[in-house]
Unconditional design. Structure first.
Length: 508
């Protein structure tokens, strides 16, 4: 069931009285801020007691809804973002990995993405930074530039202090070769951290935040949809020294970790399904588990500082009282839990996201524990902005929660982790099923860390919950669309030919 109801706090701000006394509707602006690989290690989410994130705190206290139980549709960047931006779950679109371009999915080819839908209905859309996942395209780079009226590539870097570099892939520890290891090989983004060679003003995310601030000071003849993407704390953790200095290296930053955590997750043939990851084993071998957590916290504090630049600009802009703000991470991130790092699992560390919404008229922080999913962003935003409803979307509007955060909201949330793999949870239970038949069941009430897999001997309430939750999993999974060709990191120029293929009048 989908709802199309404006919150009472928004209504007051979205109506104005003309000189003739007639009431006119004024659609709100949208400021849509993504923070890449950000988990719940933020003070307002309680994920880490030593996290220093004053600007996220300030945003929340200024009058915002803090969603304590928000989850992603897919636990890696491309499936998560593609699902949210298209409105279609990975199991429906066939987008399961970072190697697939959403534009190759027939569903996306026929439907407007979120920013396109706003442009189609009278908004000006603009963006800088990572919102869409990047891919090599036929005539250059596809960074999602085709989805906006105005797009500016993110710039900046800041360099790396090579003398302080720690890198699993290069087997370096503080700039020097580490002991021989069989655990320093592997694909994916380099697992590394170091201070940047230059200050924050030279870095990409800070310059993106400054650009966003400049756009917020401008006047527009239409309401705007502004999407800003911050790239940290995504690997590698290269951020200015001032953010490492926030965290005393002598302090303990590790989350609770159990070495036997994976032993009760067995395949139908009785074999242990998962092993400790190479990241975990290399860090453990070199006694760097705590330092890796410190580096992630430093990168999180850097991203928070960039968020503060944007929020300060919004507060002094002419748009402050008529702008909806969404701040979100695209999925969670493991830091040793389940003996692994990064993302890409169906456990809470990967599925839970930080999510804050500020509505015009809100004056104090409110917390909502109702389950929401990133797949719900699209229908919620078009609901709040009074755009035509789309019955084809997979999500549902949670606009009612913005009015009544303690509203009974009995909608379990599903995360798709590759073709045939799914994780579903309600307020108490999490059930997971893999394409090889492996299953997991956790009682989140008594076991929030998901340490005890109950699947072989579930209690009666768990057995009933499992039947209900299993019924919510996809009955079929769309065939994975082909992998995109080429390496986007080797492509510099934007493909300017894509936009011509996206006729807004024809897109649904």
């Amino acid at each position: 069931m989908r709802y199309h109801i404006l919150t009472h706090v928004a209504l007051a701000a979205l109506f104005c009285v003309s000189a003739t006394g007639a009431v006119e509707q004024k659609r709100p602006n949208v400021l849509f801020i993504a923070i890449d690989d950000l988990n719940d290690w933020i003070s307002v989410f309680g994920g880490h007691p030593k996290a220093i994130t004053p600007h996220m705190d300030r945003l929340a206290q200024s009058g915002a809804m803090v969603f304590q139980n928000a989850h992603c549709a897919g636990p890696v960047c491309c499936p998560s973002r593609s699902a949210m931006l298209s409105g279609f779950m990975p199991s429906r679109s066939g987008i399961y990995s970072n190697s697939q371009n959403m534009l190759d999915a027939p569903l996306v080819q026929a439907h407007a993405t979120l920013p396109e839908y706003f442009s189609k209905h009278g908004y000006v859309s603009l963006s800088m930074g990572k919102i869409f996942h990047k891919h090599a395209a036929k005539n250059g780079l596809d960074a999602g530039q085709w989805a906006y009226d105005i797009y500016e590539p993110a710039r900046g870097g800041g360099g790396v202090n090579q003398g302080r570099l720690t890198s699993r892939n290069k087997n370096l520890i503080n700039g020097k070769p580490g002991p021989p290891s069989q655990h320093n090989k592997g694909g994916g983004t380099e697992f590394a951290w170091a201070p940047t060679a230059k200050g924050k003003e030279a870095t990409k995310d800070y310059q993106t935040a400054v650009w966003a601030g400049a756009q917020l000071q401008k006047s527009y003849d239409k309401p705007f949809f502004m999407a800003i993407g911050l790239s940290k704390p995504h690997l590698p953790f290269f951020v200015p020294q001032e953010f490492f200095d926030l965290y005393d290296p002598k302090e303990d930053y590790l989350p609770p970790i159990r070495e036997d955590d994976l032993e009760d997750i067995l395949t139908p043939r009785g074999k242990q399904k998962f092993q400790a990851s190479g990241d975990y084993l290399w860090l453990k071998q070199n006694h760097l588990l705590n330092e890796a957590a410190r580096a992630y916290l430093a990168a999180t504090s850097y991203a928070d500082a960039c968020l503060g630049v944007i929020f300060d600009a919004l507060k002094t802009s002419p748009h402050y009282n008529n702008t909806i703000v969404f701040v979100w991470g695209d999925h969670g991130w493991h830091l040793g839990e389940k003996l692994r790092y990064r993302k890409g699992t169906g456990w809470s560390e990967s599925t839970r996201i930080p999510f804050v919404v500020r509505m015009p008229g809100m004056t104090q922080r409110q917390d909502c524990t109702g389950l929401v999913n990133m797949i719900d962003f699209y229908p919620t935003l078009i609901d709040l902005c009074r755009l035509p409803a789309k019955s084809t979307l997979d999500g549902r509007s949670f606009a009612r929660l913005l009015k009544t955060p303690n509203l009974k909201w009995d909608y379990p949330t599903v995360t798709i982790n590759g073709e045939g793999n799914a994780s579903v949870r309600d307020e108490r239970w999490r059930f997971m099923r893999y394409n090889d038949g492996t299953e997991e069941l956790y009682d989140l009430q008594s076991d929030p860390q998901e340490w005890h897999n109950l699947i072989t001997n579930p209690p009666v309430p768990g057995r009933k919950a499992m039947v209900h939750l299993a019924d919510l999993l996809p009955k079929t999974f769309a065939k994975a669309i082909p992998r995109s060709k080429g390496k986007y990191k080797k492509v510099r120029n934007l493909d300017t030919t894509i936009k011509a293929t996206r006729d807004l009048d024809k897109l649904k």
